[in-house]
Design a protein around this ligand. Structure first.
Ligand code: ADP
Ligand code: MG
Length: 494
């Protein structure tokens, strides 16, 4: 595979809108032990999310604090409060990391491999909704390569988990992938659809309104398990709109779980996988929110359910760094607490009612380049860096500051990489870059029992060191492969 062939393998959009996905020809090199550390954090982070949802208090407090000034969080919180608990949950997460060289200890220069063991793996964020690039990064890792890059099949593992979850729901059920009508990352989604072998359908909110039907589950009225299994579902499926039984506030009736069907009553929907809905702009209006509410109130497995969506808020990530919070959630499991905490950067809430906020603002104003300000949003392009932080802190009304967190900037090692970006025909260019390693993971739980909880592959995004944001779709970050080096051995002189 030559560099010039690659652009045609990876692309955004289709037809006239087709454009190449930026790629790095230089794999990101990390030591095997850093990679294994990142992998070993995945299961604990994933079970922590389930713990946060069960415990409720942390998430309730955060949602209540954010709701007055954040309509998006308020909508999600209302749905979370009104929805029944699902017996089966499936999580497809990605935890993103960078290597961090503590400032003042050298580091941050080219050729850092020998000092890598002194660097620490730090979490950028935990993505709980719509994690993307599992297919394209798997594909990239499996291309012929001169170097022994780490191959993986995150896409297959994720789809196997979808199929396993669907079969737990029922052997005839299908899944829907909720998509935006203007999706750029089409190729990545279509890769998963293909692996699902006809059991997953891509639908926009609008298409869901047209094709998905609802029926109240009659089986829930009996407690006898045999009767429950054999009783007929009410086949009078209705259009996917609110019924008279649903609450005037737009909350869905809690009389019995809602069952969903695609087109007619012979095709039950067992799983709803969101590849949109993580940003307010992805809901055109009240009608799209109604669809989200009905999907969440149904007994289909949601990937993620609204609780897990909320647990991915950056304000939750910040709360976990507060002394005592992990202990409250995880109890005596000190090993796990220490392991998770070692990946945290300093993060503060900017909520003026929180005692540490004043101190945090002082720190940021004193050295703005050491910090990143982040709102409660996903998808890239929202963060504030460097000198812009000063203006932001001076101009934002205190009541709105509660929507933001302040995170210490990760000081990632800078290394040269050959990037293929820009327009078609542009040659690859050697640039000083930093890389971000994402670990995909799946977690399947049923009746409180964990059936699967494991890492399933990775994503590397490499960007120019001068560039703040790291998104592939939004920014100029490039997909890359991963190369492991064995840690250097020290001779035992005794
Ligand atoms: P989003 O939800 O928009 O993806 P992220 O927290 O992942 O938000 O931030 C977007 C990008 O900004 C990251 O991919 C990373 O490149 C950069 N970034 C975020 N936090 C930090 C940090 N603490 N230090 C350095 N870079 C960061
Ligand atoms: Mg991110």
């Amino acid at each position: 595979m030559t560099p010039s062939e690659l652009p045609f393998l990876f692309y955004f959009g289709e037809g006239a809108n087709k454009r190449r996905i930026p790629l790095s020809h230089t794999p990101f090199t990390v030591s095997r032990c850093q990679y294994e550390r990142a992998q070993s954090l995945q299961a604990p982070f994933q079970s922590l999310v389930r713990r946060i949802i069960e415990e409720r208090h942390l998430l309730e407090d955060i949602c209540q604090a954010l709701s007055p000034t954040d309509d998006f969080v308020r909508h999600l919180y209302e749905i979370w409060r009104s929805c029944p608990k699902n017996e089966i949950t499936l999580d497809v997460f990605r935890s993103d990391y960078m290597l961090h060289c503590a400032r003042g200890r050298g580091g941050g220069q080219e050729g850092e491999v020998s000092t890598e063991e002194r660097m620490q793996l730090k979490q950028v964020e935990l993505n709980t909704i719509s994690v993307s690039f599992a297919h394209l990064s798997s594909l990239l890792s499996r291309l012929p390569s001169a170097e022994p890059v780490v191959r993986h099949e995150a896409d297959k593992s994720i789809c196997n988990a979808f199929l396993q979850a669907l079969n737990l729901y029922s052997s005839t059920s299908v899944a829907i992938m909720v998509i935006s009508p203007t999706e750029a990352n089409l190729q990545d989604q279509l890769g998963l659809i293909e692996l699902m072998g006809g059991r997953m359908f891509r639908l926009t909110w609008e298409e869901i309104r047209q094709r998905v039907k609802r029926a109240e589950d009659q089986r829930s009225e009996t407690q006898d398990p045999d009767m429950k299994a054999n009783a007929k579902v009410n086949v009078n499926v209705n259009a996917l709109s609110f019924t008279a039984d649903d609450n005037n506030d737009g909350l869905v009736s809690r009389k019995g779980p809602i069952k969903l069907f695609l087109d007619d009553s012979s095709t039950p929907i067992g799983l709803v996988y969101y590849r949109t809905g993580y940003d307010p702009s992805q809901y055109a209006g009240h009608e799209d929110w109604q669809v989200r509410r009905i999907l969440e109130a149904s007994d289909a497995i949601k990937v993620p359910d609204v609780g897990a969506h909320l647990a991915g808020l950056k304000r939750v990530q910040q709360a976990l760094t507060v002394p005592g919070v992990l202990e409250r959630l995880l109890g005596e499991d000190l090993m796990t607490i220490r392991q998770l905490r070692s990946s945290f950067m300093r993060i503060y809430s900017l909520d003026p009612t929180v005692p540490q906020a004043k101190e945090a603002i002082k720190l940021a104003l004193a050295q703005p380049t050491n910090w990143v300000v982040k709102p409660q949003r996903e998808g890239g392009g929202h963060n504030i860096y460097g000198e812009a932080i000063v203006r932001f802190l001076q101009e934002t009304p205190p009541t709105h500051l509660s929507n933001y967190i302040l995170m210490e900037r990760i000081n990632a090692p800078v290394r040269p990489a050959l990037l293929l970006r820009g327009s078609e025909g542009d040659p690859p260019r050697l640039e000083d870059c930093i890389s971000e390693l994402g670990i995909y993971g799946i977690q399947l739980c049923m009746h409180g029992r964990t059936l699967i909880n494991e890492p399933v592959g990775h994503l590397v995004r490499t960007k120019r060191a001068t560039q703040d944001e790291g998104g592939v779709v939004m920014g100029g970050a490039c997909l890359a492969n991963l190369l492991l080096v064995e840690p250097e051995r020290t001779f035992d002189k005794s």
